[in-house]
Write a protein that binds this ligand. Structure first.
Ligand code: ATP
Ligand code: MG
Length: 175
């Protein structure tokens, strides 16, 4: 299925409006309006919801969370940026592991199981993409998801079909 990421992200942000209000955090979506990827809309929604929930949950009152979309060179990147506490450099890889939570005292007071980011990583890699983290303690965090644009997928299928033209029918299925 071709998924309109702009639509998914706007909906994800709408669904977190109450949480944002409770937390006293502002949230908005910006950037390119055309961002289509190929995949499962429900799984992509789950992944982006997790990133947005984290950004809202771990940010102090009065800060802003920004969701930015950019489409370039056949890739769509979505970044979720917050002005929260950030994540120490030596823990930045580990937060994607199952059940890993930074600073248990702080995390315990916010609830959660430590599964969110491992789900994000799985969903994104199953869609042929990657998720990266930039963060400097005290300066907030930015999670960036990069996914292949759906037009690229279309082109790849076209290229495969063009290449198999002239080959005996069914030749490619044997491999
Ligand atoms: P769950 O998402 O399963 O409810 P969780 O939020 O603790 O629980 P993850 O989403 O996997 O689990 O995040 C792992 C840990 O990484 C969090 O406990 C938190 O310590 C840290 N973390 C994640 N996102 C942020 C963020 N935006 N700012 C600061 N710390 C974060
Ligand atoms: Mg989480």
């Amino acid at each position: 299925t071709v998924v309109d990421l702009r639509e998914i992200l706007s909906e994800a942000v709408d669904r977190t409006a109450l949480l944002a209000q409770e937390r006293g955090v502002k949230i908005g979506v910006g950037g390119d309006t055309h961002a289509f990827v190929f995949g499962d809309p429900d799984l992509l929604m789950t992944a982006f919801r997790n990133l947005i929930d984290n950004a809202l949950r771990y940010s102090p009152e009065g800060t802003t969370v920004g969701v930015g979309i950019r489409e370039r060179d056949g890739l769509v990147s979505v970044s979720v940026t917050d002005q929260g506490p950030g994540i120490p450099v030596d823990e930045q890889e580990r937060v994607f592991e199952r059940f890993y939570r930074v600073d248990t005292a702080r995390s315990r007071s916010t609830g959660g199981t430590g599964l969110g980011l491992s789900i994000v990583k799985h969903v994104v890699s199953n869609h042929g993409g990657e998720v990266t983290l930039w963060s400097q303690p005290g300066q907030g965090s930015t999670f960036t998801v990069r996914l292949p644009e759906s037009e690229e997928q279309g082109e790849r299928v076209d290229a495969l079909q063009a290449r198999s033209d002239g080959e005996p029918v069914g030749e490619s299925e044997k491999r």
